[in-house]
Unconditional design. Structure first.
Length: 486
């Protein structure tokens, strides 16, 4: 049964990570009534994961940087919730957002449908405006052996440490591409793991092509130096222009093969070496999570890292009136950028709904946002996967793990059956039809097909019981499906 016990808010914020949390507390400070919905049980998102309460961690902040930025906002959130300015709904997974009526329809024009808790109870929230801060998920590029136990995502390894205080193994190779690798390796080393190597497929000299951007973001350089110093103290080797091209083991990971790459990420013959380990933490950056936004018809743009993000104006507005976005949905850029974009979005929404004047700090926020976004673009270009990485794959390597579709079947669909895009490959091989619905294998299937990344349009952002869908079609229900605005 669908319930709607909540009065419509001025703005509904989806996601309580850095961007959503910053937007929520700022919007409440500006006098807006805010409903904050998040799939997690505590605020902070993937970045500010908390150890489970039963673990009784004495210093959870030791596993994070920029902890003060989070802790202060969490205190403000709790105070605003107690004062009735914010309604915080944890463990609520929003699965669709529907436009409702017009400007004169009870003062609000959106309804957000969510499933809550293990019983998947249904909740509907009304709001005059929507801010999407849904974050991102890891980009994985397959290789022989990547399905062995002991292979985890780089972000997944960090999540294990932050939320459960456990290591993926005792001897962990960290591999892939992107600045997250340095942070993961530093965290694992500090927690007691032996990290024999960080294997980075890209080359850091690429950053030097934009010296002006680097100079304007000295804090980012200092952060990188901090992680580098931690690796030096723990004796961790940094191998750039290298990649893990195979994992070896029977019951679990026992070793990895590391090969040198050319500038297209093609492995160079004869350069392979074996590194013994019992775990591999691997990731090639992040992919913006856009299902709710693209379901509404929000315009997208290609990013320098090869992913697709939302196209936003200077005030974080999407192309759909009444919908804003902040954080990784506007392009992968890190926690500092997410916090700034969240605050900018809150000011813009307050101005649009209540006619509040722009504060004197808006110009400073815009300047910081543009500076950090420029660095994010440099970072994305430096670590963008090269086309040669598909040479890591033999024909027996599973690309789609859910449906167990190997690289050879995808190549056959393209080269012999005439598939011209990922949709055709999906129909011919079932690649992307499994539980993750292509979130994990999508970039790899696109690369093998020869297709650039495209926006990911899904009618639902998560699995939903049929009874919840029936509520939308029930004449006695709270909402009816509507075509998204153009």
């Amino acid at each position: 049964m669908t319930t709607s016990p909540y009065e419509p808010a001025d703005v509904a914020v989806v996601g309580a990570g850095p961007a959503g949390l910053a937007a929520t507390v700022m919007a409440a400070d500006l006098g807006l009534r805010v409903t904050l919905l998040d799939a997690g049980e505590r605020p902070g998102g993937q970045f500010y994961r908390h150890p489970a309460p039963a673990l009784r961690a004495r210093r959870p902040e030791a596993l994070h940087h920029a902890w003060r930025a989070f802790a202060g906002r969490e205190r403000r959130l709790r105070a605003q919730e107690a004062a009735g300015r914010v309604r915080y709904l944890p463990a609520h997974h929003v699965w669709t957002v529907l436009p409702q009526g017009g400007p004169g329809d009870s003062g609000h024009s959106w309804q957000l449908h969510a499933v809550a808790g293990p019983d998947e109870l249904s909740t509907t929230v009304g709001a005059r405006a929507v801010l999407l801060a849904t974050g991102a998920y890891e980009r994985q590029l397959p290789f022989p052996g990547w399905t062995l136990p002991g292979v985890v995502g780089a972000g997944g390894a960090q999540a294990m440490l932050k939320s459960s205080l456990v290591l993926p193994g005792r001897r962990v190779v960290v591999a892939g591409s992107g600045p997250l690798l340095l942070a993961v390796a530093a965290s694992l080393s500090s927690a007691g793991a032996m990290v024999p190597a960080v294997v980075e497929a890209a080359g850091y000299p690429a950053y030097a092509r934009r010296p002006g951007v680097l100079l304007r973001n000295a804090g980012k350089l200092a952060e990188g130096a901090m992680h580098g110093g931690a690796l030096l103290r723990h004796g961790v080797r940094l191998l750039t222009r290298h990649a893990v091209t195979a994992v070896h083991g029977t019951a679990r990971v026992e070793a990895v093969t590391v090969a040198r790459l050319d500038r297209t990420w093609r492995p160079l013959h004869g350069t392979g070496r074996t590194i013994p380990c019992d775990a591999l933490a691997v990731g090639h950056g992040l992919v913006p999570q856009l299902e709710l936004a693209t379901g509404l018809g929000c315009a997208t743009r290609p990013c320098t890292d090869g992913t697709i993000a939302l196209h936003l104006d200077d005030e974080q507005r999407t192309s759909v009136a009444g919908v804003w976005s902040a954080g990784e949905t506007s392009g992968i850029g890190g926690v500092e950028l997410a916090l700034v974009e969240g605050e900018l979005a809150a000011h813009s929404i307050a101005s649009a709904l209540h006619g509040l004047p722009r504060p004197s700090t808006s110009a400073a926020l815009l300047g910081r946002r543009d500076r950090l976004r420029a660095f994010a673009d440099v970072m994305g270009a430096a670590h963008r996967p090269g086309p040669g990485w598909t040479q890591w794959l033999d024909d027996t390597t599973d690309v789609c793990r859910c449906e167990e579709v190997a690289a050879g079947r995808i190549r056959e669909a393209v080269e012999e059956l005439g598939a011209l895009d990922t949709r055709a490959v999906k129909l011919l091989t079932r690649a992307g039809m499994g539980w993750c619905q292509g979130r994990m294998c999508g970039p790899a299937v696109a690369a093998l097909t020869g297709e650039e990344a495209t926006e990911d349009r899904r009618p639902l952002s998560c699995p939903v019981p049929l009874s919840r869908l029936a509520d939308l079609a029930d004449p006695a229900g709270l909402a009816h499906p509507a075509e998204p605005p153009n």
